[in-house]
Design a protein around this ligand. Sequence first.
Ligand SMILES: Cc1ncc(C[n+]2csc(CCOP(=O)(O)OP(=O)(O)O)c2C)c(N)n1
Ligand code: SF4
Ligand SMILES: [Mg+2]
Length: 449
Amino acid sequence: MNQTVDFHSLTKKDFESSQAVRWCPGCGDHALLNQIQKLLPTLGIPRENYAFISGIGCSSRFPYYMETYGMHSIHGRAPAIASGLKLARPELSVWVVTGDGDALAIGGNHFIHAMRRNIGIKIVLLNNRIYGLTKGQASPTSEIGQKTKTTPYGNIDRPFNPVAVAIGAGATFVARAVDTDLANLGAILKQAAVHEGTAFVEVLQNCNMFADGTYEALTDKTTRDDARIVLEHGKPLIFGKQRDKGIRLKGLGPEVVTLGAPFGIGLSFYFESADRIYFDMPLAGRVYFHRVTDSVQPARANPAPQAISPAAAPAQVPAAAPAPVIQALVAPPVTQIPAPQPAMATTTVHGASTVDLIRQAELMLASNALSEADALLGQARRQYGDHPMIDYNLAVLRMRQGDQDGSVRSLRDAFEHGFRDFSLLNTSTEFAPLKRDPRYNALMDRYQY
Ligand SMILES: Cc1ncc(C[n+]2csc(CCOP(=O)(O)OP(=O)(O)O)c2C)c(N)n1
Ligand code: SF4
Ligand SMILES: [Mg+2]
């Protein structure tokens, strides 16, 4: 590193190394590099107190490009090295930059313990759902059905959700950002930097060489507003291009509703403490809600469970709410689905992956477009064969069609093909009549234990 510069006068340029940046043009990694180089001079930390540690991968080339101390270390082991450094020199700002392969495959064990120990390192995971450096093999975050060099007929493994893994491992700060939304990425990185414990930031990053467009629905102007919820402190969960979508509780599970629509009751949640509340949308219309610590304030329900119009909703933001802090961005899978208009099914299905077909079918179910859902599930079945989520959604569809026998059959197929999401069954109201059917209980007895 060059000579020490007075940290009061540091600029972005002071963090740019002399190394030529060798990522492909258009790679999402550039965005992170830029945002970090912009952020560090604003933190009031001397440059020699920063260290960037990485493993192996395209993303792990990061330390070369930073004019700070750092180490391009061994595959998957960056958290171990960073932990050692942070323990020996707690005054340092120690960052790990890693990839989905580096952090979650070979380095999975180190990653979870770094969260658990909470010693104050900052971990940024560039998740491109692929091994980029080694030219396109499936990673632990590759999607079901994703075609890669190692999965030429489509990936059959369910992907990790890195944020859920981090929460499960006891992380005290988690966030998710998209590489193309620079303002949001920058704001999240700043929050991570000032967080006292270990902070985890997943960056949804496009690899334009080997998994191009994997987050297209999140980044495309025409779909992104309906596909993302930006969690802002003290603000109601409204999203969508028309700002007309919200989240409400259905039974014990949250669901997406259209504000003011006949079936839309309105918002059920406000964020009291965004850094402790996490939403995910692994499949369309289904949202999991987690509290990360016991100290989180209870989510506040809407005063009256009645339809509210989009125009009325902002009035419910507490007047004295602190300045909004963009904390986390939700979630890739749902975003890959176009808005639930039956007409779109025919235009968007062509060439869609099986997982997209299933998600579109779930959206159709959510808007009660039963014949469209049936067609999509049929197409998914022809394309993929047996898949537990095809069966599960067929079971829902059959219930909606009043075909209880068909629903039981589909549910049995779902179990046969590996479906084990019992919490989903327990909380779903779809199967309420079926739960009194002895065949349902027999299935639960057989597969639950
Ligand atoms: C011990 C070891 N095993 C395997 C490899 C080969 N290898 C290099 S990078 C990589 C995966 C990197 O994927 P990811 O972390 O997602 O980084 P990306 O290139 O996508 O940014 C693998 C398997 C290695 N270098 N060392
Ligand atoms: S191969 Fe993919 S991840 Fe690697 S530099 Fe190129 S675009 Fe980025
Ligand atoms: Mg990768």
